[in-house]
Design a protein. Sequence first.
Lengths: 193, 440
Amino acid sequence: MATDSMVPPGEDPAPFHDDVHDPRRRDFINIAAVAFAGIGGVAIVLPLINQMNPSADVLAQATTEVDLAKIEPGQGVITTFRKQPLFVRNLTPKEIAEANAVDISTLRDPETLAERTKTGKENWLITLGVCTHLGCIPLGIHEGDNRGIFGGYFCPCHGSQYDTAARIRQGPAPKNLFVPEYTFNSDTAITVG
Amino acid sequence: MSFPWAKHYEPKQPLMRWLDEKLPLPRLVYGAIGAGYPVPRNLNYFWNFGVLAGLALVVQIITGVTLAMHYASYSGGAFASVEAIMRDVNAGWFLRYAHANGASMFLLVVYIHIGRGLYYGSYKAPREMVWLLGVTIFLLMMATAFMGYVLPWGQMSFWGAQVITGFFSAIPLVGESIRIWLLGGFAPDNAALNRFFSLHYLLPFVIAGVIILHIWALHIPGSNNPTGVDVKGEQDTVPFHPYYTAKDGVGVGVFLLIFAALIFFSPNLLGHPDNYIEANPLSTPAHIVPEWYFLPFYAILKSFTADFILPAKLWGVLAMFGSILLLFFLPWLDTSPVRSANYRPKLRIALVVLLVDVLILGYVGGAEPIARNVIMGQIAAAYYFAHFLIILPWISRSEKPVALPHSITAAVLAKHGGTSPGHSALTTDDALTHNTALAN
């Protein structure tokens, strides 16, 4: 073979024989090597992305216990859940009646008061105090606050109005105030989260 | 580089010759911003603003790096460390006020720089890449400015972070997860503050890198000029140094005067008093407003108050980002072959109206959301999009441009009473001086 004379001493002459060797073997090795490095690269990116998720200490604050004993009907308290304000409100019978009087088909985010509270505890309205528009804290949890035209909460940032079931009624916010997961530990205590 | 008559770097000192052989860095600088870069001879003072933006970036990096020596990016101590910079650190008040007002100066200069590009058609072929890189720099600057504003951890810092990261929760399905991922928590806190500090320190150097690409892309066709007419020969240009280094020097002086007036006489003019209250996650300030340079975009965000197919909130966020991303398409929305609005009578009017429109948006962005302001903002926001998507394409088809000068030199000489390159402006001026001298 003519090519034999071109092969450096000690090298395998096989790759130089087009007729005896399939050149795609090199392509295969090339693709395999690049793919291996590529998968390795992606594997390294994953922890770099994941490090930005909430860390263990942030998640450790993910539950909050609230004592309801001292909250009279018509009163509300503001506490924190996952570093966000949490509204706990003891609705009056009048406020419950107002919330139930609304035709839910007219609502932007249709939900009944019963769906937003626990059975038999319809007077306890537990929501995040975070306006679903851009995250401001609505007014209305403290006595004397501006509660807006629907008697629930009013966000001063962009004018969203919530009713007594903390449902969005008017303004730019798209959703009702968020009701987090919670359970009643007893009649006067809840665990949120 | 751009033109065949560009001067070449010729080192005279043996040391410089030696350096030129090993690492031709002085050669690069000479060709980029020295006598080796031929520039149209008719540039006006609007052409100062690129250099001024570069200067502002240098000021921000120097003051920023020094502030970082004293700042603590810890949610429990950030606010106190900024107060310590103001009260205890030697010249700390000066560095912080220079950095805070430097951001305003940077954005101001860049807005004028963008306006210059819009008026004189600097975004048009063959400079589209210069424009695209410029819009990229603007986006990076907005991200950097926002994250920097969070660092003092005052009320406006915190609630600004809450509102702006809230934009991402408007994305359907994955929005809330993205927001939590960006913040590293359920609300802005220590994790968010630290990553914002890290990125706020990094991004200016990314901006510096994109600026190098911006200048590189500019130097291939060469600078635009107030007539928008291409350079036809050597008589149309002068070397960047000393002609425009000197002209830019004047602009730098004015820039520094205004900057100094802000720092020393009214350092909090452009800030918000609420940011001198430490961040409180349980109390929203009565009126959340961004810094002045984001107000027009904030007004567009606030303009969407009713759902239409998509939720109002998502529309607002899409429109706000869209108002900037639209600029990426500008070179292809304006199809007129004439660059300078000096020769485009309809565009000239449209650009004045656009300027007024953006100023109205700026006012609405900072105003209370009462009905009159909301409607005014909606009209102004609609007009902003109409300008780029309807009016500009229509003008570029229907407009009859004014006759262009034959060359840059012809335009310059016409201004001085001459009509041909043979009839030089210099001799006319000399003759005038001569006559005045005789009359005396």
